[in-house]
Design a protein around this ligand. Structure first.
Ligand SMILES: Nc1nc2c(ncn2[C@@H]2O[C@H](COP(=O)(O)OP(=O)(O)OP(=O)(O)O)[C@@H](O)[C@H]2O)c(=O)[nH]1
Ligand SMILES: [Mg+2]
Length: 439
């Protein structure tokens, strides 16, 4: 999404002069990109007018080139345009109701949200009161079982209000209760009445409208209608991974005075994040998202494993668990997107190969005996032959794994004797990040 903005800025950054013609050109490119993202035209004009005025009138602060100053203006104006402040998500006892039209992502988001709060240490119960779609409860139950989250529903009960009442009783002791409601193709009088009735018994602290990112500026009308009906406390925008129109939704909600609180970024339970406009725009402009990466790394980091790593012998099992924790940080390409590499990117094909290879490594390690995993030095040619054929790979592929393992082993040795993270690649990344405009 908004890919063209990044392109427009790099084109601008490559120019020798940052004169009026160059600024006009930049603003025109920005306008085109925003309109492609289905941002409302009047909002686009407001934004570009403000960027132009600032770029031409404001004095360039000391220490910045004129070009850097203008890039910074674009960055700051986009942040203001897309929501300004990171929403506060309170970690306290609360009831949350999700509302929205058909297929917007309510049911998927219900379990994503539950998982979010559980990871923060809060107890959670989900109530499915969608009596409209036959398999709605079953859909939520399936994910609930997979993720081990408590869920309440009643496939035979036709009255959503009764389900909510019973669910509330069942989950009295839970800190977080999330209610998944039914959708319709439009907010008609039937849906309006149903939502009002549910809210009367639920008395939700948070009333969140789930909007699919692909509806673009149509979000404005929906957000206003639902807001008039129940008084929304926020919006969750889903499918940000698969649409070019998310910018239209984000700007429309902000203009309507309704905060976007979370983004859905994929179909999996972990493809979910708090919406932070600063972070969002940094990522958009290719400035990386170190904070997001660190948060994910923290979640994936297992202190016991790390201690084991630093103390004991490095073996294939530890190597394997390293791979696993990298995988739980999300797909490699997503991680690469978050790194501040200043636009330098690994080609997508290469990252896909790497992920495929990781899966293969897992299968190979699973084909080894415990002794072999603990001490890969004992892998002679007959063992290599046996493992490769057991895992269904070529011997050269197994040797490649052993090579990577040995490289990592060397690196671990250095780290053990070395300076830790203070002078490692993370520290360098931090330095890079601070040097970026607007940081
Ligand atoms: N790519 C992507 N797909 C998503 C995301 N969120 C939801 N989906 C998909 O969107 C489809 C509809 O999601 P649901 O959660 O069933 O939507 P709903 O609002 O509950 O739909 P109804 O109950 O029919 O009103 C499913 O196929 C989801 O997997 C997201 O963030 N990214
Ligand atoms: Mg649903």
């Amino acid at each position: 999404m908004f890919d063209k903005i990044k392109d427009a800025l790099s084109k601008f950054a490559r120019l020798g002069v940052a004169d009026k013609a160059a600024i006009d050109d930049l603003v025109r490119d920005l306008q085109r990109s925003l309109i492609q993202a289905d941002v409302d035209v009047s909002l686009v004009f407001k934004l570009s007018k403000s960027i132009k005025e600032k770029a031409l009138d404001e004095k360039v602060p000391k220490g910045l080139t004129r070009r850097e100053h203008i890039v910074n203006i674009v960055y700051e104006e986009l942040v203001v345009f897309l929501g300004e402040e990171k929403p506060k998500i309170e970690l306290k006892k609360q009831k949350i109701m999700l509302v929205g039209l058909f297929g917007s992502g309510k049911t998927t988001t219900t379990s994503k949200l539950a998982k979010f709060f559980i990871k923060k240490g809060l107890s959670c119960g989900m109530i499915s009161c969608d009596t409209w779609r036959p398999a709605a409860y079953e859909q939520l139950k399936q994910t609930a079982i997979k993720l081990n989250i408590d869920v309440y529903g009643d496939a035979k009960q036709k009255d959503p209000v009764k389900i909510v009442k019973d669910g509330l009783k069942q989950f009295e002791s839970k800190e977080i209760i999330i209610v998944d409601s039914a959708g319709r193709s439009a907010l008609d009088s039937e849906l309006a009445e149903e939502i009002k009735n549910i809210d009367e018994v639920l008395n939700a602290d948070e009333k969140l409208l789930v909007l699919s990112g692909d509806i673009g500026q149509a979000a404005k009308k929906q957000a206003e209608e639902f807001n008039n009906l129940v008084g929304l406390t926020g919006v969750i925008v889903t499918k940000m991974d698969s649409t070019a129109k998310g910018g239209g939704v984000l700007s429309a909600c902000h203009a309507a005075g309704i905060n976007t609180k979370f983004l859905g970024t994929g179909e999996k339970p972990d493809d979910f994040e708090i919406y932070d406009p600063v972070r969002f725009v940094s990522r958009l402009l290719g400035m990386g998202d170190l904070e997001g990466l660190l948060e994910k790394a923290k979640e994936a980091f297992n202190p016991e494993k790390a201690e084991e790593l630093m103390k004991g012998e490095f073996n294939l099992e530890i190597f394997y668990s390293q791979i696993e924790s990298m995988k739980s940080m999300g797909s490699l390409s997503k991680i690469m997107d978050m790194l501040p590499l200043g636009g330098a990117k690994l080609p997508k094909e290469m990252m896909d190969v790497q992920e495929g290879k990781m899966n293969q490594w897992r299968i190979m390690i699973d084909s080894m005996t415990v002794a072999e995993r603990k001490n890969p030095d004992i892998l002679n040619s007959s063992r290599i032959e046996r493992i490769a054929s057991g895992a269904g790979v070529k011997e050269s592929e197994l040797k490649e794994l052993l090579k990577q393992f040995n490289m990592m082993k060397k690196m671990m040795k250095k780290m053990k004797g070395g300076k830790g993270l203070k002078r490692g690649p993370m520290a360098n990344m931090m330095k890079n990040f601070k040097g970026l405009p607007g940081m």
